[in-house]
Write a protein that binds this ligand. Structure first.
Ligand code: AN7
Length: 378
């Protein structure tokens, strides 16, 4: 096994000093994290006002979503405590991630998913990675309620974001953003479902803002660390959380009973991290807002067409909300803005194909026919 050099070995190794993990713990990792912060230059040009826009593309994690950040921590902890099984309720991405990390740890994984309401790619991941998929005739919130009860009747560790190790892992995305920019963004825009991620980012930005300036390396992991200089920041971003209009408890001010949206990842009516998410928004001077399915899908397509970035519908909501807030004058001119694109577009090929506007032409297998097709569409 390679143990030296600059091989990237996942977020626990990179941010070990800032994570609650014992030195001798066996780390369960798929080398998650270290995702790109992609400048959205075409979009920035079209909105003007001196804004800088960046996408933290979490779809490029090993299982295609940000969940891997939390899952490396939660499964590392569960395995180190001797758990032989983990369990989660999921709208899809958590199940895909839990299945992968359980496979790696050599432990059982049970996932509760809402029947008929998870994207195809996520179901494929959960099944091929060998988890026990339990489809319930109910929604995510029903699954979450049941999972919480199961922990007391069966020897299973919950790996939903009510597990504090999940948010600890997910806060590293904020560290990476600050390390990449060398400063905190002015605004951070993020989709909100169960509300763990917005809470984790706020923790991450806040922890970095609390670091005292040092003149030398950070002093935590000294000469073995490939990333010895955490950016020292004095500010934290305004946190802006967006929900789908049919699943918007933070806008309603209370849980909603029958959440519905094309963005199935965030089809959640009773978010578990309610207080933490409100704290993030209040302390940062931010806000919650909601967008319609049409607005979400339009922006998913726009990101793909103008930036070549293909994220899933739930992720596009961050950019959809940002663009609308820019148009409404809620974002100060000249700001640096980061958006989390939480999951990859390939997770949900059905939705993408249904609304895709790229033409698929049917022509004869002949030069003349293909030439005509090209000339017609130049
Ligand atoms: C792509 O997989 O809750 O507000 O069970 O998959 O931290 O819940 C997924 C959530 C945003 C919302 N974007 O994050 C699950 C699940 C994508 C997601 C969210 C999810 P949270």
């Amino acid at each position: 096994m390679i143990v030296s050099g600059t091989l990237y070995r996942g977020l626990i190794e990179r941010y070990r000093a800032r994570l609650p993990i014992a030195a001798d713990t066996r780390v369960i990792s798929l080398c998650e994290g270290n995702t790109p912060l992609i400048p959205l230059e075409n979009l920035a040009r079209s909105v003007g006002r001196g804004l800088s826009l960046y996408a933290k593309f979490e779809g490029l994690n090993p299982t295609g979503s940000f969940k891997d950040r939390g899952m490396t921590m939660a499964v590392t902890q569960a395995a180190s405590e001797g758990s032989r099984a983990i369990i989660c309720a999921s709208t899809g991405n958590t199940s895909a991630s839990a299945a992968a990390y359980a496979a790696r740890a050599g432990i059982r994984c049970f996932v509760l998913i809402p029947e008929g309401k998870i994207a195809l790619g996520k179901l494929a991941q959960a099944t091929i990675q060998g988890s026990v998929v339990i489809q319930i005739k109910g929604n995510f919130d029903d699954g979450m309620r049941i999972v919480k009860d199961m922990a007391s009747v069966a020897p299973v560790a919950i790996v939903n974001s009510i597990n504090p190790y999940r948010l600890q892992g997910q806060k590293t995305a904020a560290f990476e953003i600050v390390d990449a920019l060398g400063r905190a963004p002015d605004y951070h825009c993020i989709p909100v479902g169960n509300a763990g991620n917005i809470s984790a980012y706020w923790t991450g930005f806040s922890e970095y803002a609390a670091i005292q300036p040092k003149t030398a390396a950070c002093g935590y992991c000294v000469d073995t660390c490939a990333f010895p200089f955490p950016a020292v920041i004095a500010t934290r971003p305004v946190m802006v959380g967006y929900q789908a209009a049919g699943a918007a408890p933070f806008i309603a001010g209370h849980p909603v009973a029958e959440p519905e949206t094309v963005a199935t990842a965030i089809r959640i009516g009773n978010p578990q991290s309610w207080d933490l998410a409100w704290a993030a928004v209040r302390e940062s001077g931010g806000w919650f807002d909601s967008l319609t399915d049409d607005e979400i899908l339009h922006t998913q397509r726009r990101l793909a067409e103008t930036e070549g970035v293909f994220c899933e519908p739930a992720s596009a909501i961050a950019v959809a909300g940002l663009l609308r807030d820019i148009a409404r004058g809620r974002i100060a001119d000249g700001s640096v803005i980061t958006c989390t694109l939480t999951g990859h577009g390939l997770k949900d090929p059905d939705t993408a194909i249904k609304q895709s506007q790229g033409p698929i032409l049917q022509v004869a297998a002949e030069n003349e026919a293909v030439k005509r097709a090209i000339l017609d569409h130049l």
